[in-house]
Design a protein around this ligand. Structure first.
Ligand SMILES: Cc1ncc(COP(=O)(O)O)c(C=O)c1O
Length: 463
């Protein structure tokens, strides 16, 4: 499958502002060297996240006009329910305002204090909800996932030995569910193979443990399976997605990614009893069961996006565009997470800024420097995102210290990515000048969102 031009044409455009270097130096200073705190209008090419940043289609916008905003029984809920049942194969659907709404419900329902929740690498909000309910997250991803240079096709796989060791050590009754992300965001958008999902499911069932998937980027995962795993080349993306979810008891979903909407999420379940408990929590924290956290029009856009995301041309182009940027950087010798994943290109800040200690926040500093250089906004995914150990108070020190350049869906053209590549290459040439950062304000939870920093020394990069 080669990379072809966009399988869509542009009907509406949104102008973006060009800024001067002086303006950007001022803006990053005011933002405390945290790209989350920049004003979007000061950003030229926004690669902060692929979450909620997709361009919706004309068909989705048309659906927005068909929003049925009834408090109960909105027709858009039934369209959404049908789409999720059809595409993912779960009978019970709980609409939430976004992914963490679903994480809140499932973690509160299933986790008891003292439990362990194994997962293929942590995700920030997912782990925060598990810990909030008294669970301890245990990383069971294969070791290779923690090494940015190792090039293997399914770097998001679960290490079955690690999983089995945990079950033997703490006992199955202390494991409310196994949490499997397809693909793995913080490992670089790396996929999990179908064989591995099947094996995890078999092992879990042997011990009577539930398996809950984080479905956020499962269509991208399905594309990699089609491309890389024997026996799947001739299957449709829809068939592969259905098989993926046949190995789960439920999933949490941030629909702001795969499903091409700006807001939305859901919890989908196979067990009626858990569904009933989930709807009880839903009415407390989100809303009535037929809208949860969403307006009728948003549910309609989500129902339609759920079909658009499994279009073969769409998903091939989507992953191809991420690779288009990644390959330019690889060809220029820039250290990036290999292989290029499904939603983002991750700069290996540890290798890029090898003169800095991890506690000088190299990825945070590199993201700030990239913004000053060209107005491109990326995000830190390293020691700042990893936070502190809730028991010892020490910084978690993840092996991966990355800057994520996340590609919004159907938003930018390849020319934008040429500009991004040029800027990263330019910075690499003067990397020694990029200074470390220190905290000025450190929030207690999810500190990467609102923490602020200052450079540890004067540098021409920020002046
Ligand atoms: C893998 C993964 N899980 C969960 C979430 C949380 O979803 P939301 O931001 O919609 O609350 C995200 C969002 O970035 C994610 O990437």
């Amino acid at each position: 499958m080669s990379y072809f031009a966009e399988p869509y044409k542009i009907k509406v455009v949104e102008p973006i502002k060009m800024t001067t270097r002086e303006e950007r130096i001022q803006a990053i200073k005011e933002a405390g060297y945290n790209t989350f705190l920049l004003k979007s209008e000061d950003v030229y090419i926004d690669l902060l996240t692929d979450s909620g940043t997709s361009a919706m289609s004309d068909n989705q916008w048309a659906g927005m006009m068909l929003g049925d905003e009834a408090y109960a029984g909105s027709r858009n809920f039934y369209n959404l329910e049908k789409a999720i049942q059809d595409v993912y194969g779960f009978p019970y659907v709980v609409p939430t305002h976004q992914g963490r709404g679903a994480e809140n419900i499932i973690s509160s329902l299933l986790i008891k204090p003292g439990d362990y929740v194994p997962g293929n690498m942590y995700f920030t909000t997912t782990r925060a909800h598990q810990e909030r309910n008294g669970g301890t997250f245990v990383d069971i991803i294969i070791d290779e996932a923690h090494d940015p240079a190792v090039e293997i096709p399914f770097k998001g796989n679960v290490d079955l030995n690690k999983l089995e060791d945990l079950i033997n050590r703490v006992g199955a009754d202390k494991i409310p569910y196994i949490s499997v992300a397809v693909t793995v965001n913080l490992a670089g958008g790396q996929p999990v193979s179908m064989a591995n999902l099947r094996d995890v499911h078999t092992l879990a069932k042997k011990h009577g443990i539930r398996v809950i998937f984080d479905a956020t980027r499962a269509v991208e995962n399905a594309f990699f399976i089609k491309e890389r795993e024997e026996g799947y080349a001739d299957k449709s993306i829809k068939e592969i997605v259905r098989e993926i979810f046949s190995y789960a008891d439920g999933c949490t979903m941030s629909a702001k990614k795969d499903n091409l909407v700006n807001i939305g999420g859901f919890l989908a379940l196979r067990e009626e009893e858990i569904y009933e408990e989930a709807t009880e929590m839903l009415v407390l924290f989100e809303g009535f069961p037929t809208y949860g956290g969403l307006a009728g029009r948003d549910m309609e856009a989500l129902a339609r996006g759920t079909y658009e995301m499994i279009d073969e041309a769409y998903i091939a182009h989507r992953v191809g565009q991420v690779r288009y940027l990644g390959d330019q950087l690889i060809n220029a010798g820039i250290p990036v997470m290999r292989p290029i994943g499904g939603h983002a290109v991750f700069l290996d800040a540890r290798a890029f800024l090898s003169h800095l200690d991890q506690e000088e926040f190299p990825a945070q500093s590199l993201a700030a420097a990239l913004y000053v250089d060209s107005g491109v906004r990326g995000m830190e995914r390293g020691i700042v995102s990893a936070g502190r150990d809730i028991k010892t108070g020490e910084n978690h020190k993840p092996r991966l210290e990355l800057v994520r350049l996340t590609i919004p869906r159907r938003v930018y053209t390849d020319r934008h990515f040429d500009v991004v590549a040029e800027s990263v290459i330019n910075l690499y040439e003067k990397r020694e000048e990029i200074p470390g950062l220190k905290f000025v304000y450190e929030p207690k939870t999810l500190r990467f969102f609102t923490g602020s920093f200052e450079p540890t020394k004067k540098s021409p990069i920020f002046e």
